[in-house]
Structures are given as structure tokens and as C-alpha cells.
Design a protein around this ligand. Structure first.
Ligand code: FE2
Length: 426
């Protein structure tokens, strides 16, 4: 493995003009004018941003790239997506799931996305998707961290065998316990499913990540129950509420009590901006609700908030390309997070905050950490989001995994430069 020296790069914390040296797969030095080791590849950063890898805190890799199978979602709703997935499930083969997932991981690596938490449906007695994604996890392990969540898509209590299948999936090596309380038959059964799953996590020493309150119903309050059981069982920092879209529609007074409860329990929140803006508000005429959870308010309340991609070309969403900067850009717009510090917080939501959700302690840029790095064609995190910047170089444990040439265009205009420059020089 050849060592690397990045010259004149910017870091997400605002440092500029520094060199970063990689030795034996780890970050060895960050300073000005660091000497290169013999034989090391020298990368001229030209002031560009060297960031830690992107992390996707919420994805569905068993369904990805299945768009159009067996048909497309005509209404565009979450519920038709779930029904459509139910139609597709009997036709799935393990080989096809593996092939699609590996293809998606190729896209991810090219985009500098090197850690993904994927939910995997456990409501199929064959556990076909579980077996497929466990194989994918093994195969991508040298270059991508894939964390799997046992997800009872059809409801833990609503679907026969769901609890038994979920436990079988955990026994086979699935990492995290999932849930979907708003899809159970009643609010009471939803709350009961949260209790059962949190107790199972406490017993097994595992993390929890539930699809929670993914609806426009302001009375869907399972996040309150999730925070309660997290607190009761001492699961602080190990539990995540994904989506939380009902919070968008909740009464403001109730939310003023709820956010401190979430923060007190150390529950992470994951918003999925592309999917929330697409699926929520479908029963509204005008005005239409945006549906995304209250990201800036949760952040201001001390809750760790990450953004997830959720879906790419599947029964719920027809677009996407593993680009977490697209996710951050949508989150920024939907939440109106337009101040400098808020835009930077949107970059954090697809990097460090998401790493915290997954419990990736080694993520980040500091001497001694693994050399997992992405060189972007941008000078700071805000410019990276604005341009959805090209990932010039993607590095894992000091090894270059992907290179992409810079995006440019030749201009043929009178009295103008021949090459376009997308940057506003400061
Ligand atoms: Fe999801």
C-alpha cells in the first residue's frame, strides 16, 4: 500500500492550507509543510476540501435499484410503496438482491459514501433478503461499512412470525433492532411494539433504529414512547428514531415538551429529506405540508440529527444516485437552513452526525484515525453542497478506491476565460 501526502487542503472544521500525511493506512500528521515520505503519492489539494467519508444513516438496500419491478408506484404514497414491495417480495431471488446491492455499493464508493445503515425486511419467512445482505456485508467489508437493521416492514405485531423472524435475523448476525410502530393496527399496539423491541435490545445489548411516526398524523406520538423506554432501560445513545415526520404536523406546545425528552434520552433523529418531501403531504390539497421533521429545532435542543437517503430507484422513490450531497442539499432547502452555520450543520448531518448514529467511533479527521478521506472539488462544506461537488478521490484505510476527473466545461465566448470556474474566490 502506497502512502499519501495531501498538500494544501481545507478541512471541514475550517482549517485551511494544511498538509495531511497518511502512513500505513492511518492519518499520521496534519500541519503546515509536512514532509513527504519516500515513494508516497503527493496529491496537490489546491485549497480544496478534504472531508471524512459520507455516511448514510438510513437506507433500504434490499429494495434498491428495483424500480419498475413489477410495476411503478402510481399514487406515489408510502402505503402504495409498501403494497408494491409486498408484490415484489415473492419474486425476489437472493442472487438478484446481491447483484443490485453490490451495484449500489459501487455507486456509493464512487460518491465517497463509505458507511451505510440499511434496514432489511424480516417479514418473509425465508429471510431471503437477510441472507442476501449478510453476504453483501461480507463482500463489501474491505471497502464499505454496511450495518444492517432487522426491519419488520409489515408490523411486528400485525404480521405473523415477524418477532420470531426478527430474532432469527439477529441470530444470523443482523446488527440493529428495527420497528414500525405507526404501521401496527392501533396506537396501543404500536406502543407495545416499541416496548417489546427496546426490551429485546436491552437484553441482547444491541442498538435500536425504528421507522417512527412516518405519517402526517399529528397524534402519532410513538417517539415519546421510544424516548420513554430508552430512558427506562438505560439505552442512551444507542437508539434512533427515523423519519419522525408526524412532528412536522404536531402542536407546537406538545413539541416544546417532546424535544427535551428526546434529548434527555439521548435518542438520535434521522430525517430523510428526499423521501419525506416526496411521500408526505400526499393527502393534502393546498397548502401542502413538507412533512420533514423539525431538524433545526431538534438540533437546537441538543439532539443529534442525521440525514439519510432512505431509497434509490425502488417502490418508494424513482430517483437517486448514492449522492449524500444531494440529500444534504434537499434537507437544507426543506428545513430552510440557510445561515452559514446551518448549511454547515447539513454537511455534518451526512458525515459526523450520521457516523454517531451508527456508532462509528473511528470516523473523522485526526492524527491516529484510519485514513478514510474524500477529496472534493470544493473549498468548504457549503460549496460542496452548492455544487454537489465531484469526489476527486476516495480513500479508505489509506488505499485509493475511486477517482473522478474534475467537472469542468470549456467556454467558447468572446473576451471570457476559456475554462469555467464554479468557485467564488475568497
Ligand atoms: Fe426507511
Amino acid at each position: 500500500m502506497g502512502d499519501l501526502l495531501f498538500r494544501n487542503v481545507a478541512l471541514p472544521d475550517g482549517r485551511r492550507g494544511v498538509d495531511l500525511r497518511v502512513r500505513e493506512g492511518r492519518i499520521d500528521a496534519i500541519a503546515t509543510a509536512v514532509p513527504a515520505d519516500d515513494g508516497a503519492e503527493i496529491v496537490e489539494g489546491e485549497g480544496r476540501l478534504l472531508a471524512p467519508p459520507f455516511v448514510d444513516a438510513h437506507f433500504h438496500m434490499d429494495a434498491t435499484l428495483s424500480y419498475g419491478l413489477p410495476r411503478v408506484n402510481a399514487s406515489g404514497t408510502l402505503l402504495e410503496g409498501i403494497a408494491l414491495w409486498g408484490e415484489l417480495k415473492p419474486q425476489l431471488t437472493q442472487d438478484a438482491i446481491v447483484e443490485r446491492a453490490l451495484r449500489y455499493c459501487d455507486w456509493a464508493v464512487a460518491r465517497g459514501l463509505l458507511a451505510i445503515r440499511s434496514h432489511v425486511d424480516v417479514c418473509d419467512d425465508r429471510l431471503l433478503a437477510v441472507e442476501a445482505l449478510l453476504e453483501v456485508k461480507r463482500r463489501v467489508a474491505p471497502y464499505l461499512d454496511l450495518q444492517l437493521v432487522a426491519f419488520p416492514q409489515d408490523g411486528l405485531l400485525r404480521s405473523p412470525n415477524a418477532l420470531a423472524n426478527l430474532e432469527r435475523a439477529l441470530d444470523r448476525g443482523v446488527d440493529v433492532i428495527g420497528g414500525i410502530p405507526h404501521f401496527e393496527r392501533t396506537m396501543a399496539e404500536g406502543a407495545e411494539s416499541v416496548r417489546i423491541l427496546c426490551e429485546l435490545a436491552a437484553k441482547r445489548g444491541l442498538r435500536v433504529d425504528m421507522h417512527c411516526d412516518e405519517s402526517d398524523d399529528p397524534l402519532s406520538r410513538h417517539i415519546e414512547t421510544l424516548a420513554f423506554h430508552t430512558q427506562r432501560l438505560g439505552l442512551h445513545g444507542r437508539v434512533t428514531g427515523s423519519h419522525l415526520t408526524s412532528m412536522h404536523s404536531m402542536d407546537n406546545y406538545y413539541v416544546s415538551k417532546l424535544i427535551p425528552l428526546i434529548a434527555e434520552a439521548g435518542v438520535h433523529a434521522v430525517a430523510n429529506p428526499l423521501i419525506n418531501i416526496t411521500l408526505q403531504g400526499r393527502h393534502d390539497s393546498y397548502p401542502k405540508r413538507r412533512g420533514m421533521t423539525r431538524v433545526p429545532e431538534l438540533m437546537a435542543g441538543g439532539v443529534n440529527v442525521a440525514f439519510g437517503h432512505d431509497c434509490v430507484m425502488d417502490p418508494w422513490y424513482s430517483l437517486g444516485s448514492a449522492d449524500m450531497l444531494e440529500v444534504a442539499q434537499m434537507g437544507l432547502h426543506v428545513a430552510q437552513m440557510t445561515s452559514q452555520s446551518q448549511m454547515r450543520a447539513c454537511f455534518d448531518a451526512v458525515t459526523v452526525n450520521a457516523a454517531r448514529v451508527l456508532g462509528l467511533d473511528d470516523h473523522g479527521i485526526a492524527p491516529g484515525k484510519p485514513a478514510d478521506l474524500v477529496l472534493l472539488q470544493a473549498h468548504d462544506p457549503v460549496e460542496a453542497i452548492r455544487l454537489r461537488a465531484t469526489r476527486l478521490m476516495v480513500v479508505r484505510r489509506g488505499r485509493v478506491l475511486a477517482r473522478t476527473p474534475p467537472a469542468t466545461a470549456s467556454l467558447q465566448l468572446p473576451d471570457r476565460p476559456p475554462q469555467i470556474d464554479w468557485s467564488l474566490r475568497r
